[in-house]
Design a protein. Structure first.
Length: 214
């Protein structure tokens, strides 16, 4: 006997996709929905229960436009090269992803809510890289994914993006983010056009699984 309805739980876990072209750019997102999903995200684990996460929610028109421009600047070259490479390789899945990512880059300013999941990073955390990455990112990305799952359950979608981080200082200056707070990405958030999403094609489990030894 399962604790939760497995069909519903597994559907949520396997169909929460990067949504770009199916973000509804015309439907407003109530503040309450964002707050509710963020409340849920705060149940995620953090190293030593430090809860050093910070969330910067941007709905102001001018700031969204400026942030979208920073994203475009950080993303365009990578997305252009990636699309060309995918075409050269004849890789249909990668072509679709880069086409969709370029669409998002062009429409970022029209997405009603932009959210930057951030984490406080203290100098002593940077001493040992082996532990730094898991500790720092591991204390924000589980919460971010919980937030994205909570959005999906309510008919909203998002995409984890990182390309604006090529210009992270510009974004920090725009939003007044202090030096010890590191941005870990940018989530465009909107209601989705339709709610039917499918599991994606992934590498087979046995290609990536090592059991008892490598
Ligand atoms: C670390 C990371 C960085 C990503 N950065 C971007 C990004 O900057 N822009 C973007 O459009 N998508 C970005 N994505 C989304 C991926 O392209 C997407 O998750 C992947 O293509 C698989 O698609 P799916 O999540 O719908 O299965 C990123 C995803 C991850 C995990």
């Amino acid at each position: 006997m399962s604790v939760y309805d497995l069909a519903v739980t597994d559907a949520l876990l396997t169909t929460t996709r990067a949504v770009r072209k199916r973000l509804d750019l015309t439907r407003p997102v109530p503040e309450d929905v964002i707050r509710e999903c963020l409340e849920i995200s705060l149940q995620a684990p953090t190293g030593a229960n430090q809860q050093s996460w910070r969330w910067v929610v941007v709905t102001d028109n001018e700031k969204r436009r400026a942030l979208a421009e920073i994203y475009r600047k950080g993303a365009d070259e990578y997305l252009f090269d990636g699309y060309r490479q995918a075409e050269a390789d004849g890789d249909a899945q990668q072509i679709r992803i880069f086409d969709s990512a370029r669409y998002l880059s062009e429409h970022m300013a029209d997405v009603p809510v932009l959210i930057l999941p951030c984490i406080q990073v203290l100098p002593n955390m940077l001493e040992d890289p082996d532990i730094m990455w898991p500790s720092v990112l591991g204390s924000i990305l589980p919460a971010m994914w919980s937030f994205q799952l909570a959005l999906r359950a309510r008919g909203l979608g998002s995409t984890y993006t990182t390309l604006h981080l090529n210009c992270a200082t510009e974004a920090a200056n725009l939003l007044g983010i202090p030096d010890d707070i590191k941005q870990t990405g940018l989530l465009p958030v909107a209601y989705t056009l339709g709610t039917d999403f499918k599991p994606a094609k992934r590498r087979p489990l046995d290609d990536v699984l090592h059991w008892n030894s490598w």
